[in-house]
Design a protein around this ligand. Structure first.
Ligand code: APR
Ligand code: ZN
Length: 259
């Protein structure tokens, strides 16, 4: 679905206020979810056309599903890898990437996304709470292999599911599946950044999944300004300082004056 430019917009007085706030900001965090990649053609999970509206996540994206039916889980991930390989980052990702070299003391992305489009847009300061779709891990010997959108399908394809070179066990995508904990270091770093930022943008997340959905509370507790960008309201919209009903790729360039 293409957003009509005039369909979504940020109210001019909100825009002016937000631009004043970010001018004085020192530590900025972008907490992102699937919505920021939607305009790159990657479906979200809980929109009307989202993945979990069509498929049962417990059968395709849980640890027990992987253990009982690795072929089905790999078929699901192979199709998502193919989609991500063919996707391009959008103006939302690109705007965030340009901000790392701005005058902020720190500018970090904490993402729930596994598509690495933030990195492909040029972001270096990225924390991946849910892993990434081009990594693989062996649950037996814990060996990890890392590829990217250009090399993954040079090494694997849908004919066969990946096996560990060390112990020949089936490899799992390095994605945090349901029933799995978040990676400890990434989670700790995410809490520290959220607790010390003075502005947090919450971009494209329904804030349905814990513990990631706790991060805006850490920012609010630190009296940060929290700005939500989402065409739809969320559980936390009423707690936000600003809740902009717009698409990330339309409004982020506007807020940061990116032509
Ligand atoms: N710009 C900004 N937000 C958008 C856009 C857009 N162009 N299009 C849709 N959205 C919003 C939707 O309104 C929705 O609130 O993005 C949000 C996506 O929500 P989810 O599909 O629930 O995705 P997310 O919040 O990232 O899910 C968190 O759930 O299943 C797990 O591991 C999965 O990381 C994922 C986690
Ligand atoms: Zn192994």
């Amino acid at each position: 679905m293409e957003w009509e430019k005039e369909e979504f917009d940020v109210r001019s007085n909100d825009l002016a206020q937000i631009q004043r706030i970010i001018k004085d900001a020192r530590n900025v965090v972008f907490f992102t979810g699937a919505g920021i990649s939607k305009e790159s053609g990657i479906p979200t999970f809980r929109d009307k056309d989202g993945l979990w509206k069509k498929y049962d996540p417990s059968k395709l994206a849980s640890l027990s599903a992987f253990k009982s039916n690795p072929q089905l889980v790999w078929d699901f991930f192979y199709s998502r890898q193919r989609l991500v390989c063919g996707a391009q980052f959008n103006d939302g990702h690109k705007t965030i990437a340009t901000l790392e070299t701005r005058e902020f003391e720190s500018c970090w992305v904490i993402t729930q996304n596994i598509d690495r489009l933030h990195q492909r847009a040029g972001s270096l300061n990225v924390i991946e709470l849910h892993g990434n779709i081009f990594g693989l891990v062996c649950l037996q010997c814990e060996i990890e292999e890392q590829y990217d959108h250009q090399t993954f399908f040079e090494n694997f394809n849908e004919e066969r599911i990946p096996h560990c070179k060390n112990c020949s066990n089936i490899l799992k995508p390095s994605v945090v599946l349901f029933e799995e904990p978040l990676p400890t270091l990434e989670w700790q770093k995410a809490i520290t950044l959220s607790s010390n930022c003075d502005v947090m943008f919450v971009v494209g997340s329904s804030l349905n999944v814990s513990p990631a959905n706790m991060l805006p509370y850490y920012a609010l507790k630190n009296n940060a300004t929290v700005i939500e960008i989402n065409p739809n309201p969320t559980e936390m919209s009423r707690l936000m300082d600003f809740s902009i009903r717009s698409s990330a790729s339309l409004v982020l360039p506007k807020i940061f004056d990116i032509p």
